[in-house]
Design a protein around this ligand. Structure first.
Ligand code: KIV
Ligand code: ZN
Length: 517
């Protein structure tokens, strides 16, 4: 049985999904959960891309102890230096450096000849090897590259010091057979390949990312790259939970396993979905809400007689708990703390107390508190931004009637402690709220996306709203949770604005520190 390394790029390729915008605190929470899941490598970001990315990679490197942390670099000394600066104090600094190798990319994007690409790849890998014990080199768009050219460049970068070679299907063009053949070909033809790990990185443009990743395993890949829930550029990346569960369920066929703790999958999926605002489709393999629902009479009859008639994956395997009712309004702080730890939340005493108060408030209004409610309360607490940043919703009143014009009256407190009050109308209640808030903000703001979800279930379920906005010329996103959909909507909008203000304040602080102010 071979062991396949799992390389998670949720925080890099996944974060490149349109509309996804995680702040550093949220990225750290995702990284901690990926560590609990047991991934071998966490690609924490692209440090040269922005100050925010640099800081997030640095802080993740300082926080994570049981997974290796890596950062992405183009074949450029400046990019490699940025990864080194962000990871140099970690136990095993690891670099992921890439350059495109397909004729299309070399000609049109890089405007370089194949020989120039080889030269650049070798020069940058050699440079990186002076600092990093592990250098992973990727041949971007390997799927559309000439196989003999791949063999040639791989031999050279291995000589230069790369010990992991990744062959991405950057545009999701490959079929399982062709992608598998590419791995077999390089294994058989690169003369110095022994001891080098081969990695697969698939995109899902044709819906084949998981199948292609598994074909790579069949043909000698030692590492699979992907993201939780398959999020990522365009149609996304290979969904790691699908690859890992397929390897477990079809161990008989693949004779390969991973080190993942599969019963952490559902929790990881829920966290990524909540923080990115990217909902998991109900019919999604492994983690969709319907993945274990048997609707038709024939199936239900079969399941009652013998579960294996229609169920190849048990919910327990991925950590779906069948006992869902957890705490009630009489539950004490001790039970709450234990449940939080069981759900993977290790909050400070202060945050735990605040989360407990929120739980008690909710328990007064809601009959049953289930895991999903607690998960939502605890994640919000763990990732909330400081109280002192931005605008706080003090009071809100909304008037709606079929024959009236919806009107929202809102009272906000700004960061200086000043109260503002205003009323505006809209064609619906949410629009009235957003018109009012926008008129009270100091900079122009525009709603780009609005999504609403119920947490848990039942008519008294919590509402969770996710919004994307343009505020003061930049894009931002936010979440709001409340029992009432209108309150959740207002909170989400203010959360998005406050996140942007916090980011800007942090930037200003850094500039001031640098300037010695
Ligand atoms: O898809 C791709 O080619 C990538 C590389 C940067 C590895 O994400
Ligand atoms: Zn990619």
């Amino acid at each position: 049985m071979r062991t396949i390394d799992i390389f998670d790029t949720t925080l890099r390729d996944g974060e490149q999904s349109a509309g996804v915008n995680l702040n550093t605190v949220e990225k750290i929470e995702v990284a901690k959960q990926l560590e609990r899941l047991g991934v071998d490598v966490i690609e924490a970001g692209f440090p040269a891309a922005s100050k925010g990315d640099f800081d997030a990679v640095k802080r993740i490197g300082e926080t994570i102890k049981n997974s290796s942390v890596t950062g992405l670099a183009r074949a450029s000394i400046r990019d490699i230096d940025a990864v080194w600066e962000s990871l140099k104090t970690t136990a095993e600094p690891r670099l992921h450096v890439f350059i495109a190798t397909s004729p299309i990319h070399m000609t049109h994007k890089l405007k370089m000849t194949p020989d120039q690409v080889i030269e650049k790849a070798v020069e940058t890998v050699k440079y990186a090897k002076k600092f990093f014990p592990v250098v992973q080199w990727s041949a971007e768009d390997a799927g559309r590259s000439d196989l003999n050219f791949l063999v040639k460049i791989m031999e050279k970068v291995i000589d230069a010091g790369a010990s992991v070679i990744n062959l991405p299907d950057t545009v999701g063009y490959m079929t399982p057979q062709k992608y598998g053949e590419m791995f077999r070909f390089v294994r058989e033809n690169v003369p110095n390949i022994d001891g080098v790990k081969l990695s697969a990185h698939c995109h899902d443009d044709l819906g084949m990312a998981t199948a292609n990743s598994l074909a790579a395993v069949e043909n000698g890949a030692d590492q699979i790259e992907g993201t939780i829930n398959g999020i990522g550029e365009r149609a996304g990346n290979a969904a790691l939970e699908e690859v890992a569960v397929a390897l477990r369920i079809r161990e008989d066929f693949y004779s390969a396993s991973t080190r993942l703790k599969l019963d952490e999958i559902k929790k990881t999926s829920a966290l990524v979905s909540k923080l990115t605002g990217m909902r998991v489709p109900a019919n999604k393999a492994v983690v969709g809400n319907n993945a274990f629902a048997h609707e038709s009479g024939i199936h239900q009859d079969g399941m009652l007689k013998e579960k294996t008639t229609y169920e190849i994956i048990t919910p327990e395997l991925i950590g779906v708990n069948s006992t869902r009712l957890v705490l009630g309004k009489h539950s004490g702080r001790h039970a709450f703390k234990n449940k939080a730890l069981e759900l993977g939340f290790d909050l400070t005493e202060e945050k735990l107390k605040e989360a407990f108060d929120t739980f008690k408030d909710l328990a007064d209004k809601k009959k049953e508190i289930v895991d999903d409610d607690l998960f939502s309360i605890l994640t919000n607490k763990q990732t909330e931004i400081g109280e002192d940043v931005g605008f706080k919703l003090e009071r809100m009143q909304v008037q709606y009637g079929m024959d009236n014009i919806p009107t929202a009256t809102i009272e906000l407190r700004d960061e200086n402690g000043d109260l503002k009050q205003l009323a505006s109308t809209g064609s619906g209640s949410v629009e009235a709220i957003y018109n009012t808030i926008e008129s009270m903000l100091p900079s122009p703001s525009r709603l780009l996306d609005y999504k609403i979800n119920s947490v848990g279930g039942g008519r008294d379920a919590l509402a969770e709203v996710y919004v994307r906005l343009e505020y003061d010329g930049d894009n931002t996103s936010g979440r709001g949770t409340a029992q009432d959909v209108l309150e959740a909507s207002a909170r989400a909008y203010l959360n998005a604005v406050n996140r942007m203000l916090q980011q800007k304040a942090a930037m200003k602080e850094k500039v001031a520190v640098k300037a010695g102010v």
